[in-house]
Design a protein around this ligand. Structure first.
Ligand code: ACO
Length: 330
């Protein structure tokens, strides 16, 4: 391994995740739309997705994910957290932010930084990169990065090309100072020209000359697919270059779970073994910012991910945006 160019004196100290109890199966969609279990599984790999209940919003899933992190890591106490970063494209409100809701829920001091980031499916990797930067510049010692999304609230259930894809959930990671660097190669980017392929309108209802006042998620799936295949392998090369590593140094690849067929195509392109790739798409669908923790947390808990191993995290999605890094598991 070469010396890393980009690294931070920080590590992931604890992780948690949560998916709501309600489940929608492919058979449920067969009853509602002109679709089939066979089409969905063959084109996407998705079998089920978990759906927030009535009255359950993004902040509730965020809190459930943090509670899961605390329950599995008895040594972690939130009073030691200096900063909250929440990644979500489906926050409860425009403001207050989800991070401010968390600050109030956990009765954290008013001196805790609270930042929501709008980075769609890249939210987990973007959040870790920002946390590593805050810690690296000695502003803070511990950052709680939380991701939560309720995309099923923004989906058009009459559109079979998007309705079957998305699910809800929450994830959390405590990033803390570590004299031994454990986050490397942080990289981020965006391509706003591609926003028209995956968007949800808000106060402004016109996009690229198209009027869409529905405020529902719209996606041109094949254009996004092509964009991912054109841009993500190059982003991974940049991350590895900045981390001073080769693909052969990576033990686990954890890409955003948007589509199993696309993950397999990325693995083939890199190339990287599918058996060393973690994904959450089959059970949870595309959970946006949450798909990486929903893949990572079970693998940490069942012992597949071990201390000393290197994980390549790669998020990408609506906007279009991308972010990634290499994490040394400690
Ligand atoms: N059931 C049956 N048929 C369907 C369905 C469905 N659920 N959905 C679409 N079809 C049909 C289409 O109508 C089309 O029919 P036609 O040929 O008669 O016109 C045909 O299937 C092919 O449609 P495509 O959109 O070309 O299908 P594709 O194979 O590209 O799969 C998909 C679509 C799954 C969306 C895929 O393009 C994809 O996963 N793209 C990437 C998505 C992604 O990465 N998003 C980024 C992250 S998400 C975020 O940030 C929120």
């Amino acid at each position: 391994m070469r010396s890393p160019i980009v690294w931070a004196p920080a590590r992931i100290a604890a992780v948690g995740a949560h998916a709501p109890e309600g489940v929608l199966t492919n058979a449920d969609f067969e009853r509602r739309l002109d679709t089939s279990d066979e089409w969905i599984v063959k084109r996407t790999g998705i079998r089920r997705r978990h759906v927030a209940a009535d009255g359950q919003y993004t902040s509730h899933l965020a809190i459930a994910a943090v509670d899961d992190l605390l329950a599995h890591n008895p040594g972690v106490h939130l009073e030691h957290v200096d900063y909250l970063i929440v990644g979500s494209s489906t926050p409860d409100y425009a403001y207050p932010s989800v991070s401010a809701i968390l600050q109030a829920h956990y009765r954290l001091p008013k001196t805790v930084g609270a930042l929501d980031i709008s980075t769609a499916c890249a939210g987990f990797a973007y959040g870790i990169n920002l946390a590593a930067g805050l810690i690296g510049t000695r502003q803070v010692k511990r950052v709680l990065v939380v991701v939560a999304d309720t995309l099923t609230r923004s989906v058009d259930y009459t559109d079979r090309s998007t309705a079957v894809l998305f699910g809800d959930g929450g994830g959390a990671a405590l990033i803390e100072y570590s004299a031994e660097p454990a986050i490397f190669g942080m990289d981020a980017g965006a391509d706003g020209n591609g926003g028209k392929f995956l968007y949800r309108t808000g106060l402004r209802t016109e996009i690229n000359g198209v009027e869409d006042a529905s405020r529902l998620l719209r996606q041109e799936g094949s254009a996004v697919y092509r964009w991912v295949m054109e841009n993500i392998p190059a982003a991974i090369e940049r991350i590895l270059e900045r981390a001073g590593m080769e693909l052969g140094d990576i033990d686990w690849f954890v890409p955003h779970s948007a589509n199993l067929r696309m993950i397999e195509a990325l693995d083939k392109r890199l190339p990287f073994p599918v058996e060393r790739t973690l994904f959450s798409i089959e059970e949870y669908g595309n959970t946006s910012a949450v798909s990486i923790p929903l893949a990572l947390v079970p693998a940490v808990r069942d012992g597949r991910v071990k201390p000393g191993q290197r994980l390549l995290l790669m998020g990408f999605g609506g906007g279009l945006v991308m972010a990634g890094n290499v994490v040394l598991w400690t």
